[in-house]
Design a protein around this ligand. Structure first.
Ligand code: GSH
Length: 266
C-alpha cells in the first residue's frame, strides 16, 4: 500500500475536513504543512505539480494527486473502506452530497470572506507593505479570488462582499437546525462526510467569537457539542490549533461584533 501525503495547513477549514476523515478512518499520513501567509501554495512549483488552484489541501497517494477537499474525502471513502462515512441508501447519499455541494458552491468562499474581513487581513497588513500584499495577491490563479482577496484585505468590515457572506451563514444555520431537528446527523441516522464537511465552519464561527450566530439554535448546538466530543475533533482540529491565529481571531472578532450585528441586524 502506498503512503499518504497531505499538503495542508493547520487552521485551514478544507484541511481540517480532510484530517477529520483521515483520523476517523485511522489512516497514517505524512504532513507537509504549508504557510499560507507566506504564499507557499502560490509558488510556481506547487501550482504546476500539485494544485492548479494554488490552495491546500492536496492529497498524494502514490502516483495519484487529488485536489479539492470534497473530492479528496470521497476518494478516501472509496479507497479505504473501513469505518464507512457514506450512508448506504441512495437518497441519503444524495442528501449528503447536496450538503457538501453547498459548501463548494459558495459557503467556503463566504467563510474566506468573513475570516479575512474580520481577522486574517491583519496577518498581511501588520507584516507586509501594500506592494508586497499586491504581489502576493497577483499570484492567486483565479481572477475572482484575486478580487475578493484585495477587497477583503484592504476594506475589511467595509468590504462589499461581507454582508452577503454573513447573510448566507444566517440562512445556513437556520437550515442546519431545521434538518437536525429531524435527524441525528446531517444525512440521516449516521455520522457521515456531510457532518465532517460542516464541522470546520462551525469551528471557524466559534474561533471568530461569532457563536452568537448559532448558539440559540438548539438542535445545531447539540450536534456541534456531539461533534466536538469525538476523537477526530481533538486529533484533527484541536491538536492542530495555532494559538497565534486563535488569539487574533478571538480579539478581532470581538472588536468587530457590534458592526457585524448592525450589518446583519442580529
Ligand atoms: N475548493 C477548495 C478550496 C481550497 C481553499 O480555499 N484553500 C484555502 C485554505 S482553506 C487556501 O489554501 N488558501 C491559500 C491561498 O489562497 O493562498 C477545496 O475544497 O479544497
Amino acid at each position: 500500500m502506498s503512503e499518504l501525503h497531505l499538503y495542508h495547513n493547520d487552521m485551514s477549514s478544507c484541511s481540517q475536513k480532510v484530517r477529520l476523515v483521515l483520523d476517523e478512518k485511522e489512516l497514517k499520513w505524512h504532513s507537509h504543512h504549508m504557510n499560507l501567509r507566506k504564499g507557499e501554495t502560490r509558488s510556481k512549483d506547487y501550482i504546476a505539480n500539485f494544485n492548479k488552484n494554488g490552495v491546500v489541501p492536496t492529497l498524494v497517494d502514490g502516483k495519484n494527486i487529488i485536489i479539492e477537499s470534497t473530492i479528496i474525502i470521497e476518494y478516501l471513502e472509496d479507497a479505504f473502506t473501513q469505518k464507512s462515512l457514506r450512508p448506504v441508501d441512495a437518497n441519503s447519499i444524495a442528501v449528503m452530497r447536496l450538503w457538501n455541494k453547498r459548501v463548494d458552491d459558495s459557503l467556503h468562499s463566504s467563510i474566506a470572506i468573513i475570516s479575512s474581513c474580520l481577522a486574517f487581513r491583519f496577518q498581511f497588513l501588520d507584516k507586509y507593505t501594500t506592494e508586497e500584499i499586491n504581489n502576493l495577491i497577483a499570484k492567486i490563479p483565479s481572477e475572482k479570488r484575486r478580487e475578493i482577496s484585495k477587497d477583503t484585505i484592504f476594506n475589511g468590515l467595509n468590504s462589499k462582499f461581507l454582508p452577503g457572506a454573513l447573510n448566507e451563514y444566517i440562512k445556513l444555520f437556520d437550515d442546519l437546525d431545521a434538518n437536525l431537528s429531524k435527524n441525528d446527523w446531517l444525512a440521516g441516522d449516521n455520522y457521515s462526510l456531510a457532518d465532517i464537511t460542516y464541522t470546520p465552519y462551525l469551528t471557524r464561527f466559534e474561533h471568530l467569537n461569532l457563536s452568537i450566530f448559532y448558539e440559540k439554535k438548539k438542535f445545531l448546538s447539540n450536534w456541534y457539542s456531539k461533534i466536538k466530543m469525538k476523537r477526530n475533533y481533538t486529533q484533527s482540529i484541536s491538536n492542530w490549533n495555532n494559538n497565534e491565529y486563535l488569539d487574533l481571531m478571538y480579539k478581532k472578532g470581538k472588536e468587530a461584533l457590534p458592526q457585524i450585528k448592525k450589518i446583519v441586524s442580529l
